[in-house]
Design a protein. Structure first.
Length: 151
């Protein structure tokens, strides 16, 4: 979710939420993840308060700010790559990749999905990462998501 912010001098105009969790019961929790040093700075505290203040009330039941130390380094790196590829959407490719994975044997390696897609390697890999980020493809985020990764 992209939150629109009122822009002041040198301030960002929007913010993409770090993590959204929807529970089976329907409750939604939004996590704002920051580095510990950033959490301790007064500038960051003001920015985070501004983000929380401008998050639509119906977007979540709860807004939580946590330190990045709450996640493993691998998890953070996976999320960073996922976010990077989500900035380059390609809906038709994404749907095709989801369809391939739905028909693949459990435990199929990511590299075989990429090879069998008929797409350029980087296009298929980015689509898989976007669909993991959108929770359309299940993945263990504390394991490096790369070509040997099992879907």
């Amino acid at each position: 979710m992209n939150i629109k912010l009122p822009g002041g001098k040198g301030e960002p105009k929007s913010h993409i939420l770090d993590v959204g969790i929807q529970y089976d019961c329907g409750r939604i929790k939004l996590l704002h993840v920051r580095g510990q040093i950033s959490l301790d700075s007064s500038t960051s505290k003001g920015r985070i308060a501004n983000i929380v203040r401008h998050t639509p009330k119906d977007a979540a039941n709860e807004n939580v700010v946590i330190s990045d130390a709450s996640f493993s380094r691998v998890h953070r790196d996976n999320n960073r790559r996922i976010l990077m590829w989500q900035m380059m959407p390609n809906a038709s490719v994404d749907e095709g990749v989801v369809d391939l994975i739905e028909h693949a044997r459990p435990g199929t390696r990511l590299e075989y999905i990429v090879a069998g897609s008929g797409l350029p390697e980087f296009v298929a890999y980015r689509a898989i990462m976007r669909m993991i980020g959108a929770s359309r493809i299940g993945a263990e985020r504390d394991t490096v998501i790369d070509y040997p990764f099992q879907i």
